[in-house]
Design a protein. Structure first.
Length: 397
């Protein structure tokens, strides 16, 4: 065996020998999801948006600040007049409370909008996690295949030394070892890329290994309200709250004032108290236009919720169908794999008896390898569909 082939093979074998201990302490999917929840960037997005609307809601619930009015009049004949008063607008129609409630709905909408981003990130993390699992399991299958080829090669080299096998057959087996080694190197790269990506997503050091399985159940079940829907529903509630407030247009605006007035002239002087009351008459702005604006926004938002539900239903049916068909295909692959294994057993028996050549044996073993890798791939695809189902339901925990 050439030195560079041996070195690469040794690296792969050492990597896999360390696999059991690495998996015992590997990153699990639950661990990964918990770390997503702890990401500062997601917390800041949610905290910042909610804090902004909560501040607006608290401010909106207060009365307008009072106004201080001061007037000094100096007349030509040396008479002077001083007037000072404080005016306060009193919202008789309850607008501050309604406005506060509307903004509290928007605060909830901001919370659910941030949750949408968290759900999307969790799917990305889950997809990357299971790609790492998939690549690792492919490495295990390739290693088992490599071990079998090496065993056959060793036996064949002994037979070749005794003149019972050709140098060509030995060369073909050595070439198979090289190809398997290269395939393992490629898989190791893909597996490491997936783990590195996980580390970047989770803002942690690259995990040494991941601890998971591709085995999944079927995709299906009832759909539920997603964070995106909840965000739109909260925005719609805000709009209808604003619309209902406009029904109180007939309540006049009220402003009360109280203050001091003083007069000082050549012949007389005096001082007293000023009391004032101002009513705004709702003659020209009766609230119709404002209500139409808020109702229009409410209708639009409710329609967007309905559209999301329609898209969710379509996606759920498509994903459920895809998952079912892939599961059926996986069952067929399992049957095919058993058939391939039976052919290998027959080829091995024929090879040991000298009835079958090494090339026929290699071909039979490649069939098993192809079926095992194909089964892993379909399991990986089923898992990806399940991840998409969870996101479609907004149910990542």
């Amino acid at each position: 065996m050439k030195p560079f082939v041996g070195a690469a093979l040794t690296w792969c074998i050492l990597t896999l020998l360390c696999l059991p201990s690495a998996l015992a302490q590997g990153l699990t999917l639950d661990d990964a999801m918990s770390k997503v929840d702890e990401l500062p960037v997601l917390k800041e997005i949610q905290t910042g948006a909610v804090k902004s609307f909560e501040a607006k809601a608290n401010q909106a619930g207060r009365w307008e600040d009072p106004e201080l009015e001061f007037e000094f009049v100096g007349l030509m004949d040396a008479e002077t007049e001083v007037e000072a008063r404080v005016n306060q607008a009193i919202p008789l129609n309850g607008e501050p409370g309604a406005r506060r409630t509307a903004l509290e709905h928007l605060s909830r909408a901001a919370h659910w909008s941030a949750e949408v981003k968290a759900q999307e990130l969790k799917q990305d993390v889950a997809d990357t996690f299971f790609e790492a699992v998939y690549r690792r399991q492919r490495l295990v299958v390739l290693q088992e295949r490599l071990d079998a080829v090496q065993k056959t090669l060793k036996n064949l080299e002994q037979r070749e030394a005794g003149g019972e096998a050709s140098k060509f057959d030995v060369a073909r087996l050595k070439q198979a070892v090289v190809r398997l080694t290269r395939a393992m190197e490629r898989e190791a790269i893909e597996e490491e890329v997936a783990r590195r990506t996980l580390g970047i997503f989770l803002n942690i050091e690259t995990p040494a290994a991941v601890d998971g399985t591709l085995a999944v159940g079927t995709c299906g079940g009832s759909t539920q309200t997603t964070p995106a829907m909840k965000s739109l529903e909260a925005q719609a509630e805000s709009a209808i709250t604003e619309a209902e407030q406009t029904d109180k247009f007939w309540v006049p605006s009220l402003e009360v004032g109280a203050g001091y007035v003083g007069f000082d002239g050549e012949e007389a002087w005096g001082h007293g108290v000023i009391l004032g009351l101002t009513l705004g008459l709702p003659l020209w702005r009766n609230g119709d236009f404002a209500r139409d604006e808020h109702e229009g926004r409410h209708i639009t938002l409710r329609s967007e919720v309905d559209l999301l539900k329609l898209r969710q239903k379509q996606a759920a049916e498509t994903l459920s169908f895809t998952c079912q068909k892939m599961a059926e295909n996986a069952q067929k692959l399992e049957v095919d794999l058993e058939g391939s294994k039976d052919i290998v057993r027959q080829a091995q028996a024929g090879y040991n008896a000298g009835e079958v050549g090494v090339l026929e044996l290699l071909d039979a073993e490649r069939g098993v390898l192809r079926d095992r890798l194909g089964l892993l791939e379909i399991e990986w695809r089923i898992r990806s569909v399940q991840n998409a189902w969870i996101t479609n339901n907004g149910s990542w925990k």
